[in-house]
Design a protein around this ligand. Sequence first.
Ligand code: SAH
Length: 247
Amino acid sequence: MLSNIRIVLVQTFHPGNIGATARAMKTMGLSELILVNPRAFPDEEATRMAAGATDVLEHARCVNSLEEAVSDCVQVVGASARLRSLPLPHFDEPDDMAQQVIENAAQAPVALVFGRERSGLTNDEIRCCTHQVSIPANPEYGILNLSQAVQILAYEVHRAWRRRDDSHFMYQRPLEATPPSREQFVHFQDHLGRLMQQSGFLTQPHARTEEQLQALFSRAQPSRKELSLLRGLLSAFESHLPDSREV
Ligand code: SAH
């Protein structure tokens, strides 16, 4: 179950933070580290800060985009000190997040995503997430060091895992009731976007209509079954468009 939980660091600037993250992860039983375009890796400072967790570093994967890091995940939680304008479901308490993550990780990969030291996560990156979480802290200075933020969320995940009710997990949700992977969700959003264009529903290219509808579907958190019903509905509409094959 813990092996289904990955920690994703986006464009980390200081390699020492990557090492300290590996150590924070290992102390809490996590081993899957993905680095999206790190500035310097592998690096001596990372190895030094990892101390006894160099195995986590050696096993870490580097990728070029957040999308690539999370496309097979059914839940992607972006850690952010600040509330953004994007209306994603938000966990105000890390322990609530951890319980849900543990439940999902019993069946499929999930990710916790951390941003750059200076600028956090971009809006586009937050759009790759299904949820956001904040670590409640001093309102006057609530921004933690990157690896310390990882430590706190990893601790909560480990705590939820220790306290899990195994009898609950004996009952496996049917596959169709599980959340879709990010890849399946992106396909749905592309399909929706395409149909909005083809049907003439989108008239002004710069209006935020598409974004607002996508946010609505993200918030609704449809199951795989529900998403495939929606895809069927879109295909039915599509087949009635006069020039649907040409666009
Ligand atoms: N100046 C950046 C801070 C980045 S700190 C900003 O305003 O977003 C580096 C990363 O650590 C953040 O992107 C976030 O993933 C994590 N982090 C730091 N403090 C946090 C907090 N209080 N709650 C959740 N995540 C936090």
